[in-house]
Write a protein that binds this ligand. Structure first.
Ligand code: THU
Length: 130
């Protein structure tokens, strides 16, 4: 878990959040054990900004990763920064319900770990379309 938190912390330092000033770092592990970080990227046209989680997912998928097997997220200070609703669904596309999501402080201290199932119960996923 330490490498994941480290990557999220490093990614957070690159966040582009001049409007909210809420800097988020996320990291995702793929099925090969590789770790990918991502940050939130806001936009002067506010709704065009996006969260840290899709940045990390984009890096993982672009590198050929297929599954998300573990996640770490951190926001400002000690705030519990759980993935927003949209991010939960984006993670769900590539993750099973038992995937752990570690929510940490800005310094990388673990606050609480959730499973994706806890954060997104009775979810709709690719299997629903099979
Ligand atoms: N944010 C994330 O990056 N991930 C989340 O799951 C929660 C919210 C970002 C979006 C926006 O840039 C800032 O935090 C304030 O909402």
């Amino acid at each position: 878990m330490d490498d994941l938190i480290k990557a999220a912390k490093a990614a957070r330092t690159t966040a582009h959040a001049p409007y909210s000033k809420f800097y988020v770092g996320a990291a995702m592990r793929d099925e090969q054990g590789r770790v990918f970080g991502g940050c939130n990227i806001e936009n002067a046209a506010y709704p065009q900004g996006w969260c840290a989680e899709p940045s990390a997912i984009a890096a993982l998928i672009t590198a050929g990763g297929k599954r998300v097997t573990e996640v770490a997220v951190m926001g400002n200070g000690d705030t519990l920064c759980t993935p927003c609703g949209g991010c939960r669904q984006k993670i769900r596309e590539f993750a099973n319900g038992d995937v752990k999501i570690h929510c940490c402080t800005e310094e990388g201290k673990l606050i609480r770990t959730f499973t994706l199932e806890e954060l997104l119960p009775f979810s709709f996923g690719p299997e629903n379309l099979a």
